[in-house]
Design a protein around this ligand. Structure first.
Ligand code: SF4
Length: 582
């Protein structure tokens, strides 16, 4: 079998034992790797109702293309149950961690149990060791300077089990969203280091080289991958989304003006703070930004972060927002949920519900440290906006299933609104990214305000992203590469024939498996809702005077998914997709 090693390592932190297993050819073929393999293993590993900070597991998984020379194939996936949303959760990271892991001869790593004292895990081709560590208590930058190898680690936020703590990797590529860093903290696991040099076996090198050459030429000729992302990074989106009335401010209360947003734009970043561009393993796009303010230097901010730590909290000063982003990286905080929680708290302040912090635009630098260390009001903020609102009896949390929404006002795009509502991991743009179809016209432009036909498009997008996350490849490549490329890459690496339809079947299986996990954890139709704010139209901008009939869109969506009216996959759907009962 090529592309996969068929090898999984299991590390039990309680007993300090390491074991190795075969995964099984059929399981790999049906789930591919990354997110798909992680979701399938998770169904066997935990009861969906477990307390995520008590009996959880962490499942790292590479894909069959990881460690090869396929462009944008350097990503690495992590699956678990989220302490923020209590849903199934996966996250994937760029950089070089995934390729090192794959070249160490592993497809997946399951971490279970809890250590008695702070530890780290060291992975090499020869063995896996659990080691005592004295890095506990250090911020992420201090840890990276102590470790020579590729590593994934947590900062104070993860140690203190902040529900939206991230896991950072070298070069500040991040396993963000959903608080997976808090799970490492709950296991007293500070860091994982990895090194490997094995050559990943490829079935048909000659065919693969040919497909890669053609893909490189496509990536080089697409305006998005060869100019937009390459020149400005993801913040290229700021001015475009503002022009469309979808770049909000003040906890989604209204659209930011062009003058306000331009201060945070990719163009302004390039002019004022960008030092150089960086790329992940085997990626010609190189969208990463190394930046410098008057006082500090670091990575980012990305589009989502420039919005979450800027416009959403009423800060339109690029230097201030950039430094908040640096601080989140050092503390190991997810930038979107940090900004979303602060924005919610600021609105509570303005509504007279809470007076322990300032309103929109106030200085929050010290608050980030308080959140990461759970000190003072940081204790309440560390729980995320949904739990904060539950405590104060208000509905100002702009989240879905408890995860704070990213930087696209859903009133500006019907498909994206449906995609947010039905995302299996909560408020997230990466399950189904309808901005491609509704804004960029990739692969084809659809009217962003029309609801008809969007259910089918969202389903296709969710399937595509699920299989990309399982290969594990970067979604940005899909702005230039049509789906045939992915079936050709996978077929030539593994020797197993995959058509585009096969890839969609894999994607559908993954999406329904995740949904099935959530159903068993207690989620249903009522959780597929956007916050009430989005039932009121925006008053200004190019997306004003518009709301969508979400219940009708949900009905259409459940029908195309083969789910019942409560949003549960029907028996025949589970059987068709070979999804086991839990
Ligand atoms: S496009 Fe950006 S995030 Fe994606 S693999 Fe390339 S450098 Fe990494």
């Amino acid at each position: 079998m090529k592309g996969w090693w068929n090898r999984l390592a299991r590390v039990d932190l309680s007993s300090r034992k390491v074991r190795y297993h075969e995964i099984g050819k059929q399981l790999l073929k049906d789930h591919v790797g990354g997110r798909g393999l992680g979701a399938r293993l998770l169904l066997d590993e935990i009861d969906p109702k477990v307390d995520p900070l008590e009996e959880n597991v962490l499942i790292f998984a590479a894909g069959p293309l990881t460690g090869t020379f396929v462009p944008t194939s350097g990503r690495f996936s992590l699956s678990s149950k989220s302490p923020l949303t209590e849903t199934i959760m996966d996250s994937n990271v760029g950089g070089s961690l995934g390729s090192e892991f794959k070249r160490a001869g592993l497809d997946a790593l399951v971490i279970e149990g809890k250590a008695q004292e702070p530890v780290m895990i060291d992975i090499t081709e020869e063995r896996i060791q659990i080691k005592k560590t004295d890095l506990w208590g250090l911020e992420t930058g201090e840890c990276f300077s102590e470790l020579e190898k590729e590593s994934a680690l947590i900062g104070p936020a993860g140690e203190n089990q902040v529900r939206y703590a991230s896991i950072m990797t070298r070069g500040y590529r991040v396993f963000g969203r959903g608080g997976l860093g808090a799970i490492m903290g709950s296991k007293k696991l500070k860091a994982i280091t990895v090194s490997g040099s094995k050559r990943v076996p490829v079935e048909d090198e000659k065919a693969l080289k040919d497909h890669v050459r053609k893909a490189a030429s496509k990536l080089d000729s697409s305006p998005v991958t060869s100019r937009g992302l390459k020149k400005f990074g993801t913040p290229i989106l700021v001015n475009l989304l503002t022009w469309l009335g979808m770049f909000s401010k003040h906890n989604f209360r209204e659209a930011a003006s062009e003058e306000e947003a331009d201060n945070l734009s990719g163009e302004k970043m390039r002019e004022k703070i960008v030092q150089k561009h960086e790329g992940c393993y085997s990626c010609p796009i190189r969208c990463g930004l190394k930046t410098k303010t008057k006082k500090k230097s670091g990575k980012g901010p990305e589009y989502e972060s420039v919005w979450a730590l800027g416009s959403n909290i009423g800060i339109f000063d690029l230097e201030k927002t950039t430094e908040l982003n640096y601080r989140c990286n050092e503390l190991g905080l997810d930038t979107i949920s940090t900004g979303g929680t602060l924005a919610c708290a600021m609105e509570m302040k303005e509504e007279g519900l809470w007076d322990e912090l300032g309103g929109f635009g106030s200085d929050v630098t010290g608050l980030l440290d308080k959140i990461a260390h759970r000190e003072g009001i940081g204790e309440k903020l560390a729980e995320g906006s949904k739990r904060l609102c539950e405590k104060y009896g208000c509905d100002l949390s702009m989240s879905v299933k408890g995860m704070e929404l990213p930087a696209y006002d859903p009133r500006g795009a019907a498909g994206q609104a449906l995609s947010f509502a039905t995302s299996n991991r909560g408020g997230c743009h990466l399950r189904g990214y309808m901005i491609g179809e509704e804004i960029f016209g990739v692969p084809k432009l659809f009217d962003r305000f029309k609801t008809g036909g969007k259910a089918q498009l969202v389903k296709r997008s969710q399937e595509r992203n699920a299989y990309l996350d399982s290969l594990v490849m970067c979604k940005f490549g899909a702005f230039a590469l049509d789906e045939e490329f992915y079936s050709r890459f996978l077929t030539s690496v593994t020797g197993e024939r995959y058509t585009v339809a096969d890839l969609h079947l894999v994607g559908e299986r993954i999406y329904d498996m995740e949904r099935w996990f959530n159903v068993k954890a207690g989620f249903d139709r009522e959780d597929d809702e956007l916050p009430k704010r989005f039932c009121e139209p925006l008053k200004k901008g190019a997306s004003s005077d518009n709301v969508f009939d979400m219940q009708k869109m949900l009905d259409d969506y459940y029908e195309v998914m083969g789910w019942n009216e409560k949003g549960e996959p029907k028996k025949e759907t589970l059987e068709r997709l070979d999804i086991p009962d839990i």
